[in-house]
Design a protein around this ligand. Structure first.
Ligand SMILES: [Zn+2]
Length: 175
């Protein structure tokens, strides 16, 4: 296990006034007492991205990898990156960084950077292109009355109603 003796630090921090990177304070310093929840190493997502993740993760883009410097314009990316940050803060406190890499960072980063299927697929690292939301046709409201969409504990819909008949036709259709 990692401990203070091996010199491990949570990660580099970019000092805005300097061109050098400085190390973040050790996670132990952020734990004021056993009763307080530890103060996060970074105050917000962008700080974590700018000062930690973007400094640690370095890739050559092209081929199957892409990125978008305007990541904040992608709702999916914001949600995934925020989840990664939250879990990273936990991993610092709980000393579970390997778990964070394998179960949080790798899957999210692989999806984010995938040129085939990720949210940045239409972007280039320095060029943002907005994609359309998933297309959704309006469903037939009666469809939701069918047995396939009902809670089995609820009373069955009237077998004689048009909705139930339509729903049973829909669910038994080969198409
Ligand atoms: Zn973009």
């Amino acid at each position: 296990m990692l401990d203070d003796d091996n010199g491990w630090e949570p990660g580099p921090v970019f000092d805005e006034d300097e061109t050098d990177y400085v190390l973040a304070p050790p996670a132990a310093d952020t734990q004021t007492s056993a009763h307080d929840s530890p103060k996060p190493v970074y105050g917000d997502l962008e700080s974590w991205l700018r000062k930690h993740l973007s400094q640690v993760i370095r890739r050559r883009f092209g081929g199957s990898l892409t990125w978008c410097s305007q990541w904040y314009r992608h709702a999916e990316a914001v949600s995934r990156l925020n989840a990664m940050w939250q879990e990273w803060e936990k991993a610092v406190v709980e000393d579970t960084m390997s778990t964070w890499w394998l179960y949080h960072c790798d899957p999210h980063l692989n999806m984010l950077m995938s040129k085939d299927s990720g949210p940045f697929m239409a972007c280039k690292p320095d060029e943002h292109r907005q994609l359309e939301p998933l297309p959704l046709a309006d469903s037939d409201p009666d469809l939701w009355l069918g047995t396939a969409f009902s809670d089995p504990r609820d009373p069955a819909p009237d077998a004689g109603t048009d909705a139930a008949v339509a729903a049973s036709r829909t669910s038994s259709s080969p198409d």
